[in-house]
Design a protein around this ligand. Structure first.
Ligand code: ADP
Ligand code: ADP
Length: 226
């Protein structure tokens, strides 16, 4: 069970920008949740705060009932896929996927085995020895997802995961992400500035502006005109 619960969360940068402002949010276990809003409204900061990569200045963030600020990074059940995928250029696909296991000091055979199994599940079986520069954008995205899967995460945080893909790959990746979420029952929070993407994929949508949630509901609720 890994729902997400935020209560009164503000995230303020050292320069004084209040990127997330007294925000309450509950994402249910296994839900596919979209954060929608214009550039600069605080989506990435909110995601990074949920991941524990930014420290909330006030309020509380819990995942599966545990306060994220109290969890060691290695035991967090949260995986984040960044907009630019953030793969290590000097590592192979296999090494990139297994990186979280290396951080946890898992033995090498276990790392290779997990990487191979995870890669196969995502259609990357033939690419294990390649480096990121030798992959298409769609393949790089799958490697980033595979790395998240290899962590056995229960919560998947996706920051504009489709924005670097061309139109055809984007459609394919949408279907792929939905299937992944359904099959694994992952709680997924998906950041986008694209209304159509949120509409097509999300169980619920939060519309943000200036660090706050202005609207929240099913795609029907959010996009229905009064
Ligand atoms: P979004 O993801 O919706 O584009 P961000 O969370 O990136 O929004 O940014 C929210 C606000 O916080 C913006 O005003 C942005 O300029 C500011 N911001 C983001 N990152 C930092 C940072 N590291 N330091 C200071 N301000 C930041
Ligand atoms: P996004 O659209 O995903 O929020 P941005 O292009 O806004 O990405 O930000 C890219 C990087 O720059 C992020 O790491 C963010 O934290 C940082 N950043 C954004 N705005 C600021 C700012 N005003 N001051 C310092 N860093 C910032």
């Amino acid at each position: 069970m890994a729902g997400i619960e935020l209560a009164g969360v503000s995230t303020v940068y050292p320069n004084g920008v209040r990127a997330v402002d007294a925000l309450d949010l509950t994402v249910a276990d296994g839900e596919f949740f979209a954060l929608l809003g214009p550039s600069g409204c605080g989506k990435t900061t909110l995601l990074r705060t949920i991941a524990g990569l930014e420290q909330a200045s006030s309020g509380s963030v819990s995942i599966g009932g545990a306060d994220v600020t109290r969890l060691e990074p290695g035991v967090r059940k949260v995986a984040m896929v960044f907009q630019d995928y953030a793969l290590f250029p000097h590592m192979t696909v296999s090494e990139n996927i297994a990186y979280p296991l290396r951080v946890r000091r898992a033995p090498k055979p276990e790392r290779a085995e997990t990487a191979a199994r995870t890669a196969a599940g995502l259609g990357l079986a033939g690419l294990l020895e390649r480096r990121p520069a030798q992959l298409s954008g769609g393949q790089q995205q799958r490697v980033a997802l595979a790395r998240a899967m290899a962590m056995s995460a229960e919560v998947l945080l996706l920051d504009e995961p489709l924005s670097n893909l061309d139109a055809r790959l984007r459609l394919e990746a949408r279907t792929f992400l939905k299937r992944l979420q359904r099959d694994l029952g992952l709680t997924t929070v998906f950041v986008t500035h694209d209304q159509a993407e949120a509409l097509a994929m999300a169980d619920r949508i939060a519309v943000m502006s200036e660090g706050r949630i202005r609207q929240l509901g099913s795609p029907r609720d959010v996009f229905q005109r009064p």
